[in-house]
Design a protein around this ligand. Sequence first.
Ligand SMILES: *Cc1c(COP(=O)(O)O)cnc(C)c1O
Length: 231
Amino acid sequence: MSVATNLVNVMNNIENACNKVNRDLKDVTLIAVSKTKPNEMIMEAYNEGYRNFGENKAQEMKRKKEELPDDINWHFIGHLQTNKVKYVVGNAVLIHSVDSLHLAEAISKESVKKNVISDILIEVNVAKEETKFGLSLENTENLVREIATLQNIRVKGLMTIAPYTENPESNREIFRNLRELLVDIKAKNIDNVSMDFLSMGMTGDYMVAIEEGANFVRVGTGIFGERNYSI
Ligand SMILES: *Cc1c(COP(=O)(O)O)cnc(C)c1O
């Protein structure tokens, strides 16, 4: 299957999921997760009109941004170490994976230095998987309040990585819990916090995520095929 054909299929699925729950297609942005994939494949999606791509390694994202057209929106979706923040701030339109005050402080500091505003999401480990990063549901509001006081940083919403599953229905409750937390925090009207975006859903479960309110779905394998980490 070509990237172009896969994109048609994914967009059809997104449209069907939106129709099922009466959501506007415009409220859902597909992020094509291009990590490990070559520029040629990214350009195949670009030439079909796609402009949102996701990367999980700071230097890889920066390199691709330099090599590829300027009108691409790069989303940083991976675990970010504070010593790599300099590669991401000013290069990513949205950092989806902020999971500590320490990291947020580093992003804030670098954003002040570069005179840019960084939009971020807080990563929540809803399923409490030990192998994954992210805050617990219980600790998220406190972290949001602390980060909201930092300079040049805006909290825009929440992100989660749900467990890998063959049965997307088994992640529905996780997505629903994250949405409920977003609505709860939004209702508190915290300064610098808008809580408009939910980043959830990957190749195995993005349709369920959309039914539960996702605004960003992050699809890699379903667009670009399996990744080969050995090369
Ligand atoms: C790799 C990755 C994805 C895409 O996963 P697929 O299962 O290939 O769609 C989405 N989100 C994050 C955070 C990732 O690291």
